[in-house]
Design a protein. Structure first.
Length: 306
């Protein structure tokens, strides 16, 4: 059975964040500013990491990739959402909807795996300093990044196939600003109970297991800091602090939405703004404001260019 035979719906209407015309204009200006900040801030980090010899350690190697993923991730949902705030008709084709669903899960899951790899890097740097250069060679770092992309791809393929093969015969209004699994499950004209459980199990398992790995690695890191001097404490916490902040901002809302069967879509879409827009926007700020090395490398790069 192909997708075409089972679905009479050719396009979906995205209801977006708000129906209030005044609020829509405020949202348009706000989110356009947010999106431009995401692209500029993360591009700045990518170019700084690529252009600076000082930032050659694994931590910055991962940070460069994280920023690149953030740009792609927010670009899957934000431009369409921003354009829809002013559009009369907020439609998205069936194929476009499936592609957006795939992109959101592919890049979101890749980001989860990258954040986990970064936690492992911090663990190796702080708890195994003597073996660090052997544990985190360029090759191992490249493999971790590749595994993150591959993991995201496999997760997203599963989510997309489960959802796209459902029959859609109308209504076609999605109470969200992008195509996601839960809103689509509610529109399918078939019993989606089993698919819903599989979807939650797939997303939930990944989010939860990665979150537990992160918590465990930070528990070990904090435990090993007991014997450190106050200067060692400060240095370790400044590099870990920014990572912990990002993890909480990203994992909190993600876990809230994907670890349970969805009941309230209006609540879901306001929470989704956090991990699709707010976190990618804050990442560059969190990582640069707390990090002297990145700030120094940026100054150096810009003074060279200017």
């Amino acid at each position: 059975r192909s997708m075409e035979n089972t679905s009479s719906v050719r396009e979906f209407i995205l209801l977006g964040l708000s129906v209030n015309p005044g609020l829509k204009k405020i949202c348009f200006v706000t989110f356009l500013f947010f999106y431009l900040t995401i692209v500029a801030g993360n591009l700045l980090i990518v170019s700084t990491v690529m252009g600076s010899r000082r930032l050659s350690s694994p931590m910055y190697f991962f940070l460069g990739y994280l920023s690149f993923v953030d740009i792609c991730y927010s670009s899957v949902t934000a431009p369409k959402m921003i354009a829809d705030l002013l559009a009369e008709r907020k439609s998205i084709s069936f194929v476009g909807c499936v592609a957006q669903l795939f992109g959101v899960h592919f890049l979101g899951c890749t980001e989860i795996f990258l954040l986990t790899a970064m936690a492992y890097d911090r663990y190796a740097a702080i708890c195994r300093p003597l073996h660090y250069s052997a544990l985190m060679t360029r090759r191992i770092c490249a493999r971790l990044v590749l595994a993150s992309w591959l993991g995201g791809f496999l997760h997203s393929t599963a989510q997309t196939l489960l959802t796209a093969r459902l029959p859609f015969c109308g209504p076609n209004q999605i109470d969200h600003y992008f195509c996601d699994v839960h809103p689509l499950l509610q529109l399918a004209c078939a019993d989606t109970y089993a698919v819903g459980i599989l979807v939650v199990a797939n997303s939930g398992m990944i989010t939860l297991s990665c979150f537990l790995i992160l918590v465990a690695s930070y528990a070990v890191i904090l435990g090993s800091l007991k014997s450190q001097t106050s200067e060692g404490w400060h240095k370790a916490l400044s590099t870990c602090g920014s990572h912990i902040t990002v993890v909480i901002l990203f994992f909190g809302p993600c876990t809230f939405i994907y670890i349970r069967p969805s009941s309230n879509l209006a609540e879901d879409k306001s929470v989704a703004v956090f991990y699709t827009i707010i976190t990618p926007m804050l990442n560059p700020l969190i990582y640069t404001l707390r990090n002297e090395e990145v700030k120094g490398a940026m100054r150096k790069l810009w003074s060279r260019k200017v």
